[in-house]
Design a protein around this ligand. Sequence first.
Ligand SMILES: [Zn+2]
Length: 163
Amino acid sequence: MATTTMETLAIKTENKFRTLTTKQAYKKGDVICEMPSENITDKPNRFTVQISKDKHTHVGKLAALNHSCDPNVILETDKMVMIARRDIEKGEELSFFYPSTEWEMAAPFICLCGSANCIHVVAGARFLPLSTLETHYLNSHIRETITDLLKNTKGHLKKLSEA
Ligand SMILES: [Zn+2]
């Protein structure tokens, strides 16, 4: 059964830099908590996560989740849950891959996660090549947006070849 509370999560602040850590260990695939959905907006900001093509939800404590290009959690927006991507130790910082939910972010930044597959500029899925995106977990609204774009591109190419 899914844990509905976020009691197992703690926000740590160091030099104004916030991190979200876990007070307990998780196994890969465990549901860590549900994502809040009481406060939905049509524009992204630093405290929201995109959950469909035109909806962004304020995520409360989960806004302290930092980005990583090799993250340990997944935000699954169809089921509105946060899931362990691999085994997680007690006290570990939690992170997710922002472009897995965000098409175009309100506040892009440079990633210094140091992982071998670091994307460096974190601005949303829109700004990443398909070859990079396909190596990551992506939510359905991101996959659908990409598919729509590709269909449009095909249309443009057809017009070009007919010109
Ligand atoms: Zn990175």
